[in-house]
Design a protein. Structure first.
Length: 149
């Protein structure tokens, strides 16, 4: 039976239902070498084994759940005369993280599965791979795993 308004005796207006449990806040992260989700890191190690390739001084320009864009530099060890004695050289870049997917077992959390790096000035020189001289591309894209590159 419906309740009545105490003053008028007319049926009372329906009361709003109790709100459902708070929805889980969504965030999209970028996993680092230690398996920690980073929102907007200022630096990011691309080569976890030796840190010979690092994105540094990242300034985040835009961010959505589907894409994040930053400017910064790609610091790359020139490995001359060898990697232990090499010097780090900086190349200006625009970094785009994209194609987010859910993190397994973490409701509301997503991670970026792709990174695109575009050189906006000088880029790393050519290198040798399997005996072939390879010119470093002006832009490259790589997959990102749920637990670092």
């Amino acid at each position: 039976m419906r309740e009545r308004h105490p003053a008028s005796g007319l049926p009372a207006a329906p009361q709003p239902q109790a709100s459902s449990p708070a929805s889980v806040a969504s965030r999209t992260v970028w996993f680092d070498c230690t398996h920690h989700g980073q929102d907007e890191p200022s630096d990011y190690i691309l080569t976890c084994a030796d840190a010979g390739s690092v994105l540094q001084h990242l300034a985040w320009k835009s961010r959505t759940a589907q894409q994040a864009v930053a400017t910064g530099v790609h610091e790359l060890n020139n490995c001359t005369p060898n990697c232990a004695e090499g010097k780090f050289v900086e190349y200006p870049v625009v970094v785009t993280l994209w194609r987010s997917e859910p993190v397994s077992g973490q409701p509301g959390e997503r991670y970026f599965t792709r990174i695109t790096v575009r050189y906006t000035g000088p880029r790393p020189p050519a290198y040798t791979s399997n005996g072939q001289l390879v010119r470093h591309p002006a832009e490259w894209t790589e997959p990102l795993g749920p637990f670092g590159t």
